[in-house]
Design a protein around this ligand. Structure first.
Ligand code: ATP
Ligand code: MG
Length: 736
């Protein structure tokens, strides 16, 4: 019956068995905090202290809550449902559905996404004297959201938040915005918490109901709670009639969400709020090898703002490889090296599903995705879309398609109103009808309607402008090449500005993705070939099965673990991110270092860190130098190897690559983006494999087939199990 307790060490067991009263488990990565929480959940159930729906368990991500309910089901040997388990937002949404009437909503309220929010704000803003140039809707939304994250409704904003003329007006907009939401029977993401928080404050009987109902409260990743989450928890936990049974687990070294208002200080407040709290520290790490832990500790020791903890490897692992740190020539080599390593490891008894590539930004996935598609290496992206499925990438490609192929109606439909040009469904219908009537492509129909004055007002002006811009882009291709033509088009038509003005958290990532797309273009001589490459890549579906390499950002990896972890792109400016350092100085740098610590401590057995000497920014090769985090790792736990060949024509003093790229003045060098002239590569046609017509080939997706014809690097293949298809030669292997 109590066998599950035997799977814990003494201190963990104490944390599980101290079910009554407040408990704070403060411990480093991989020490079993989440295991303690899940076991504690099971322990409460199995000892009959509460029913499963009387336990409130807060996890940070949906992935973590899924893992938690699976672990609980495994421990108690039966499926679990009806749980109060999930992220803060998920739990609040459930509570709000039950109590919606108390804030003037009905239980079937809708939750708006960012697009809806902006649309609503744009309807409201014109009635207020605010300059949209300095205060765009996205900024207004950001301000409202940050107020919500702090627990402020429009009626109770403190004076300190209303200290500029703009914020005074934004407060009024906030008010109207909430009234409109109510009329729509809707709320936004921030309201989920704020409404419930307000209900708790205004209706003590509701709060008391939940306080009594939740006999036990469990919170994972406590270091990343923001103010309203913290206040909400405190309301639920601070009951007048009893000491709360609240257990929070966290690690100050893994606090990585301060940019969303998370406060490490909440850890320190715990002891103040609950003076009888028992503080438990776990020091044995069950996840990683001694070398991985040694490297993690070395790194995090460079942070000054720490509570301080020690970590010891609990296992004597069979394998205790040093952490690999590889320097490579450029981002292509990096993707190649990592994929080669993964294939070799898979041949050597490892599963792809046990491997992960963790990146600083979402846009870094692109070279890996392309390489993996080419090699037929199965992968999945956690917490994000595959690169070419992202909205901004599809938009940019649609612009390219309509330039390359004016008949492409689908592409035109996608971008005709992005950015907004006032083309609503009525105007679109008109264009469609004209195209059908005259049997011409939609773009020509637009032209016809413009010439014959059948489109009016804003639509007329905007579409005339768009037509000119598309024409100009086509001309520019001839003179300046397609990359700069498309770049200019996206800038001139307002597409790039649209994202620049967007103040939602995703906007910066979207701009980076577009830059990344431009880097992909550099390998193709013309637009048509590039678009063909894209359509071949997009056609490559996900391979079935679960044994896939995991690709995700470092933020999304929190709480997870993998046998083998790759951490690419450890270069100054990229990681630590220049933007974070510029915006938040030393605090930003320390948060970046915590993110690196999170990355390192995800690995159980094998860890690869890599950095490239050259990276493409907007099609231009720029030199980069290793991240300061690389320098903070000593040889004691790491093994540094250079994969840069002599032939890659960089002046070489000796074989120590490390000296060559380290420079005391790196931070200025990277911001200015020094460009090595020899690194600016002229376009060279893709290398063709020597595949004769008539030979048998194998393609990862289409299977076996016979080559019918060859043009440069494109093959026409008759596949045994499907029909004739055009594929790029690097996607196939020659069968002997
Ligand atoms: P993070 O800070 O990264 O969220 P964590 O402290 O939550 O880490 P867990 O994920 O709970 O750590 O545990 C790390 C790994 O160690 C898991 O694979 C877990 O099953 C294992 N583990 C934890 N405690 C023990 C133990 N007493 N014996 C054996 N394995 C353990
Ligand atoms: Mg955990």
């Amino acid at each position: 019956m109590t066998e599950y307790l035997n799977q814990l060490n003494q201190t963990q067991r104490e944390a599980v068995e101290t079910t009554e009263g407040p408990v704070l488990v403060l411990a480093g990565a991989g020490t079993g905090k989440t295991r303690v929480l899940t076991t504690r959940f099971a322990h409460i159930l199995l000892t009959g202290k509460a029913y499963s729906n009387q336990i409130l368990a807060v996890t940070f991500t949906n992935k973590a809550s899924k893992e938690m309910s699976e672990r609980i089901a495994h421990l108690i040997q039966q499926p679990v449902d009806g749980l109060w388990l999930g992220s803060f937002h998920k739990i609040c949404a459930k509570m709000l559905r039950i109590n919606a009437h108390l804030v003037g909503l009905t239980s079937n309220f809708t939750i708006l996404d960012t697009d809806d929010q902006i649309r609503l704000l744009k309807q409201i803003i014109p009635s207020y004297p605010i300059d949209l140039k300095t205060t765009p809707p996205q900024l207004i939304l950001g301000t409202i959201q940050s107020w919500k994250d702090k627990g402020y409704s429009f009626g109770n904003l403190p004076a300190s938040e209303k200290n500029t003329p703009e914020t005074i007006i934004i407060q009024e907009i906030y008010h109207t915005y909430q009234v409109r939401l109510q009329q729509l029977n809707a709320c936004d993401f921030g309201d989920l918490m704020l409404h419930v928080f307000n209900i708790f404050n205004q209706y003590p009987e509701v709060l008391q109901k939940y306080q009594r109902y939740f006999r036990y409260i469990l919170v994972d990743e406590y270091q990343d709670t923001n103010i309203i989450q913290y206040l909400w928890l405190r309301l639920l936990a601070q009951r007048s009639d009893d000491i709360p049974n609240i257990c929070c687990v966290g690690d100050d070294d893994q606090s990585i969400y301060s940019w969303r208002g998370a406060e490490i200080a909440n850890i320190l407040r715990f002891e103040k709020d609950f003076p009888t709290a028992k503080i438990i520290r776990l020091e044995a790490n069950y996840r990683s090898t001694q070398n991985i832990l040694g490297a993690a500790s070395e790194l995090i020791n460079h942070n000054s703002q720490r509570l301080g903890k020690t970590l010891q490897a609990a296992n004597k692992p069979v394998q205790n490889e040093k952490v690999h740190i590889a320097s490579v020539w450029d981002s292509h080599e990096e993707a190649r090296l990592i994929c080669d390593q993964m294939i070799a490891l898979q041949k050597d008894r490892h599963r792809y599903g046990d491997m992960a590539i963790l990146m600083r930004t979402g846009s870094q996935t692109r070279p890996f995705e392309e390489r993996m598609i080419m090699l037929g290496l199965p992968y999945k992206i956690i917490g994000g879309l595959r690169f070419y499925e992202r909205a901004e990438i599809r938009d940019a490609i649609a612009y390219m398609r309509i330039v390359a192929q004016p008949n492409d109606n689908l592409a035109l439909e996608r971008i005709i109103n992005i950015p907004r040009r006032g083309v609503g469904s009525v105007a679109l219908q008109k264009i469609h009808m004209k195209a059908r009537e005259l049997d011409i492509p939609m773009l020509q129909a637009v032209d016809y309607l413009l010439i014959n004055n059948q489109l009016k007002g804003k639509i007329y002006t905007e579409l005339t402008l768009l037509m000119n811009q598309l024409d100009q882009a086509r001309k520019k291709i001839e003179t300046e090449g397609y990359v700069s033509a498309i770049d200019d088009l996206l800038n001139n038509c307002g597409y790039i500005d649209m994202w620049k003005q967007d103040k939602s958290p995703e906007a910066a990532g979207r701009l980076e993705n577009i830059k990344e797309l431009f880097q992909a273009t550099a390998e193709f001589p013309n637009l048509v070939e590039f678009l063909e490459h894209i359509s071949l890549i997009m056609d490559n579906d996900d391979l079935s099965g679960d044994d896939k390499v995991n690709l995700m950002t470092l933020h999304a990896a929190k709480g997870l673990e993998f046998n083998i972890v790759f951490l690419p792109g450890w270069e100054e400016g990229l990681f630590p991110s220049q933007r974070t350092m510029d915006e938040s100085g030393i605090n930003g740098l320390e948060e970046e270092r915590r993110l690196a610590y999170v990355g390192i401590t995800r690995a159980k057995q094998i860890l690869f860190i890599s950095h490239a000497a050259n990276r493409q920014i907007y099609g231009q090769w720029q030199s980069s130098i290793p991240s300061r985090f690389v320098e903070e790792l000593s040889d004691k736990y790491t093994k540094k190897t250079s994969h840069i060949k002599q032939s890659q024509n960089r002046p070489q003093k000796n074989n120590d690559y490390y000296d060559r790229y380290s420079s005391p003045k790196f931070s200025t060098e990277i911001t200015q983006g020094a460009t090595y002239s020899q690194a600016k590569r002229p376009y060279s046609p893709p290398k063709t494999k020597n595949i004769p017509v008539g030979s048998r080939v194998f393609h990862q997706k289409f299977g076996h087939g016979t080559v019918l014809s060859i043009e440069n690097n494109k093959l026409e293949v008759c596949f045994d199990k499907s029909d004739i298809k055009h594929v790029i030669d690097s996607f196939v292997t020659l069968e002997s």
